[in-house]
Design a binder for this molecule. Sequence first.
Ligand code: MEV
Length: 290
Amino acid sequence: MLARGVAPGKLILLGEHAVVYGHRAIAAAAPLTTAVTLRRRPGPSSLEAGAPSAWPALALLVPPDGVGVTIDSSLPMGCGMGSSAALAVATVRALAQMEGREASFEECFERAFTVERAFHGTPSGVDHAVSAAGGVVAFRKGSPPALTPLSLATPLWITLVDTGPPIASTAQLVAAVRARQAEDTDVAAAIEAIGVCVEEAVCALEAGALARVGGLMRANHQLLQQLGVSTPPLDAACDAMMAAGAWGAKLSGAGGGGVAFGLAPDEAAAHAIGEALRPSVRSVWALRIG
Ligand code: MEV
């Protein structure tokens, strides 16, 4: 018997790191997904196809015996797009389907959190919440988390670029910010200021004021620089996207490398910005969000 679960990766539009301190973040399900297929088979459970590095996460969810797992993913791994969260949510969905039922949001959130905690220390939960919920959401951590679906006045065209593998894990980057904010009031103030950007961006997104959203993304990136989580390649990619016509650009996720994105005025601009960046980055996508 085959069972299959699919879940999207995520893009944090604004608010990463500050979300760990109780501020809201705006996150979108990305149109790049991970699919997990399970089949019953004799013997110990094991990975039949997919990246072997995914097995420790899967082993937290899949029963020890009797299951063969295949992973098929269009999501780049470990670069800020929530690949571990998507893997966990897709696995929870596939396991529920194996029992002839559908996994609820609550089940996906709780079970995927076990995996996210094992891999990222004390995550806010934003990555797997948006993977399980889909759409564009404002997320505040908590148990249960507060998740507000946002209705965008107009879809977003995003140029997403991968600047290369991060120099540190999410857990290390979150810990480094925690240490800095405890010692430096400017860093603590930057975290508060990110929270303010997010609240303004919620209103601007719902009003369709996308040039304003772009300005807030740019401000958010500068505040993330103050937290010490940007890198020269991320800054260069954001500057290049602005120079190529983006309304705003920022890193997305924990930082230290990985992905950055620009908010483009329209589809043609999203592709043109991507072409301008292509020679200097690892990968480029033009994505429609919302
Ligand atoms: C990682 O995708 C987002 C961070 O805010 C960490 C978290 O929310 O757990 C950096």
